[in-house]
Design a protein around this ligand. Structure first.
Ligand SMILES: [Zn+2]
Length: 238
């Protein structure tokens, strides 16, 4: 076994920001108070700090518990999943870290206009609300369509009158909601603003003098709000 295979992954590189050889262990008690004997794993690049249990005689059984994380947009995905998880097993921590790495790359690609990783394709068979050559980028469930707020207010994340909800399709030219009442469609040119937080993403649509919104929750089995927002921004040029 080589030295690097014997060194637990969190000591080879930061699970949070993925910088290599930026982590080091320090004595933990002074930082986080009495009552724990675990050393603190710190990262000199992102500033994250985590309690680290090296697993003792079973090196594969190490555990990590983040106590301080960097909340910059670049770390949106891992900030929630690593930062609020409590103690994580080696397997869970590595899986989240790897997913977070892929997610960050995809957000960067979306910002650069590269959406090929979504494998965009025409819908087959095309539902009646799309044009036959329309190319699908995202399909998301549990999206609502609702009245919007006045422009410029951050309160746009507050409660709204919901007009419909259903499955949402993002194509190369339109947003479609196959709702329970009807199908709503808007050209990407009508997108006024795209926003996200850790709970949801929002797309403001200008329809005459009124603002409407599509809103989707942060669901574990779908693309996260940051990535949805990045894709729609990229397609809409918003
Ligand atoms: Zn880091």
């Amino acid at each position: 076994m080589s030295d690097s295979a014997a060194t637990p992954p969190p000591l080879q590189g930061c699970l949070f920001c993925h910088t290599e050889q930026s982590t080091f262990l320090v004595e933990g008690r002074r930082l986080f108070g009495m009552g724990n004997n675990y050393p603190v794993l710190r990262c000199s690049h992102c500033g994250s700090a985590a309690l680290f249990d090296d697993g003792g005689d079973e090196p594969d059984r190490w555990r990590i518990r983040y106590r301080r994380v960097n909340r910059a947009d670049a770390y949106y995905y891992v900030a929630d999943r690593l930062g609020k998880a409590g103690w994580l097993s080696a397997r869970d921590a590595l899986r989240i870290s790897q997913d977070g790495f892929v997610q960050r790359k995809r957000v960067q690609q979306a910002h650069l206009g590269d959406l090929d990783w979504l494998q965009p394709a025409p819908m087959n068979p095309p539902p009646p609300f799309v044009e036959t050559d329309e190319v699908l980028f995202l399909a998301l469930r549990a999206v609502s369509y609702q009245e919007g707020s006045l422009p410029g207010l951050w309160s746009r994340f507050g409660p709204r009158t919901v007009l419909d909800s259903g499955k949402f399709y993002v194509t190369d030219r339109s947003l479609h909601l196959m709702g329970q009442r009807k199908t709503w469609s808007h050209s990407l040119a009508e997108v006024q603003r795209v926003a996200f937080n850790h709970r949801m993403w929002l797309v403001d649509i200008a329809a005459g003098s009124q603002i409407y919104q599509y809103q989707g929750a942060n669901l574990t089995d779908q693309y996260d709000p940051q990535l949805v927002a990045a894709v729609i921004r990229s397609l809409a040029g918003a």
